[in-house]
Design a protein around this ligand. Structure first.
Ligand SMILES: [Zn+2]
Length: 406
C-alpha cells in the first residue's frame, strides 16, 4: 500500500534515529527531528517516480504511506512565473516567482496542512490545533474539516478581517488571543505534550513541515531540473525555509540536480531575529516584537527552528535580509502593477528583501533568482478606493475613455 520512501526520523543534533511514529523531539537531547528517505531508492528510480498532479504527486518523498490518509483540497502545482518586466526593473537577469497564493486557501500553508492533517489521520487523532496569525489557522481548519476532524484555532487579534472571516467559516472553534504569536506559542507548545490534539504548529512537528518540501520539488520540475541559482524563502519560525532547503538537498543527494540553490532567508525588519543574528555572526536573541504588515512573519522568538535556519544559512553559504513595512507595501503594489500578481504583505516580503539585497549589491545580478510568494493578496485588509460613483451619458463616457487611454 505504500509508495512512500520515508524510512525514519532522525535527530538533527545528535543523529539518533527513530521509527516513523508521532514524535516531536529527540529523547536523548531534545533536538528537532527530520524525516529521512531512501536516497538510494530515489537515485535508482529517478524523477519518473512521480505521478499524478498537485502535492500528492510527490507522495514518494512524503511520509504518508496510506493513500486513504492523503487529504487534499487541490494544493500544490502552483505556477512558477517568469517575470521579465519586474526583472528588468530590479536589474536582475531572470526572476522567477513561485506563486503559492494559488493554493486552495491562498497560502503556502496548504502544503504543510495537507501533510499535517494526513499525519493526524495516520496517527488516529480526532482533533487538530494551531496558533496562527491568520493563514495557518484557516488552512489547518479547512484541511481538518475536509478530513472530518475537529479543529481548535487560536488567531492573532490583529489578523486581517478576511483571514478572520475565513477562519470563522472553516472551524467551529475559533479563539482570538491577545498579544503576538510569541506570547501564546510557548504555553501552547507545552500543552501539545498532553496529546489532546494533533500538533499543527510550526515549532516541531516533522510531519507538518514535510509538506512544504514539495516547493523545492515543484521548482525543480518546473525548471526542467536546472534549478535557480538563488531561492528566497520567508522565515517566521523557519518551516518553509528549512523544508525547501531540504527538498533541494535530497534531490542533490539523489543526483537529480547538479547543485542546490543558494538559499536566502527573508524577514520583516520588525521581526528580524534570524537576519540580525546572521548579520552579527552570533546566536539568535529573541525580539519583543510589535505589529508588522507581514502578519505571517510576526515571530520574534523562532526557537530551535530559528537556530536550524541559521545553521543552514551558515553551512550552505546562504544569505539573510529583512525589509521595512513600507518597502513591503511598496513591493506589494509594484508586483500587482508590473506583473499582475496580487499577493499579501507576508507573501511579498521575500521580493522586498530581494529588491533591497540587489540594491545593496549583495547578490549577483547575472543569476536566475526565484522568490517564493507565500500568500494571495485577496485576504489583505486596506482602504478600498473611493466609492464615489460617476453617472455617464454616451458623450461623457466617450470623453473619459479617450482621456484615460490617450
Ligand atoms: Zn538528539
Amino acid at each position: 500500500m505504500t509508495d512512500s520512501l520515508a524510512e525514519n526520523l532522525a535527530c538533527i543534533e545528535c543523529g539518533a534515529v527513530y521509527p516513523l511514529t508521532y514524535r516531536l523531539e529527540c529523547d536523548a537531547c531534545r533536538g528537532l527531528l527530520e524525516l529521512r528517505y531512501d536516497i538510494a531508492g530515489l537515485r535508482a528510480a529517478g524523477p519518473g517516480l512521480f505521478a499524478g498532479s498537485g502535492l500528492w504527486r510527490y507522495a514518494p518523498v512524503l511520509p504518508i504511506a496510506d493513500p486513504a490518509h492523503r487529504v487534499t483540497l487541490g494544493e500544490g502545482g502552483t505556477p512558477l512565473l517568469d517575470c521579465p518586466r519586474l526583472a528588468r526593473e530590479l536589474g536582475v537577469r531572470r526572476l522567477l516567482l513561485k506563486y503559492d497564493g494559488a493554493n486552495p486557501t491562498g497560502t503556502v500553508k496548504d502544503r504543510s496542512s495537507a501533510t499535517a492533517v494526513a499525519a493526524a489521520l495516520r496517527f488516529g487523532y480526532g482533533a487538530t490545533s494551531v496558533v496562527s496569525s491568520g493563514n495557518a489557522g484557516s488552512s489547518i481548519a479547512a484541511y481538518s474539516s475536509r478530513a472530518g476532524l475537529r479543529s481548535l484555532i487560536f488567531a492573532y487579534e490583529r489578523a486581517s478581517a478576511p483571514k478572520l472571516l475565513h477562519m470563522a467559516a472553516t472551524t467551529a472553534n475559533l479563539i482570538v488571543y491577545k498579544g503576538v504569536y510569541d506570547d501564546l506559542i510557548k504555553i501552547w507548545d507545552r500543552l501539545v505534550e498532553e496529546r489532546l490534539f494533533f500538533d499543527c504548529g510550526a515549532s516541531r512537528n516533522p510531519y507538518k513541515q514535510e509538506g512544504k518540501k514539495t516547493l523545492a520539488y515543484e521548482i525543480a520540475e518546473q525548471t526542467g531540473w536546472a534549478v535557480p541559482d538563488v531561492v528566497v524563502a520567508p522565515v517566521a519560525v523557519g518551516e518553509t525555509f528549512i523544508a525547501t532547503a531540504r527538498g533541494f538537498r535530497e534531490m542533490r543527494e539523489a543526483g537529480w540536480i547538479a547543485r542546490a540553490p543558494q538559499m536566502v532567508a527573508a524577514q520583516a525588519t520588525r521581526a528580524n531575529a534570524v537576519a540580525r543574528a546572521f548579520r552579527d555572526g552570533g546566536a539568535i536573541t529573541p525580539l519583543k516584537i510589535g505589529y508588522t504588515v507581514a502578519e505571517g512573519l510576526a515571530a520574534g522568538d523562532p526557537g530551535k527552528k530559528g537556530e536550524w535556519v541559521l545553521r543552514l544559512l551558515r553551512d550552505g553559504k546562504g544569505l539573510a535580509g529583512d525589509a521595512e513595512d513600507d518597502e513591503i507595501l511598496e513591493t506589494q503594489r509594484r508586483l500587482a502593477r508590473v506583473e499582475g500578481v496580487w499577493a499579501g504583505p507576508t507573501g511579498v516580503a521575500t521580493l522586498a528583501v530581494l529588491t533591497r539585497l540587489l540594491a545593496h549589491k549583495q547578490l549577483d545580478r547575472e543569476q536566475t533568482i526565484c522568490a517564493i510568494i507565500s500568500e494571495t493578496g485577496l485576504k489583505t485588509e486596506g482602504e478600498p478606493p473611493s466609492r464615489a460613483g460617476i453617472a455617464f451619458d454616451f458623450d461623457s463616457l466617450r470623453r473619459l475613455v479617450a482621456e484615460r487611454l490617450a
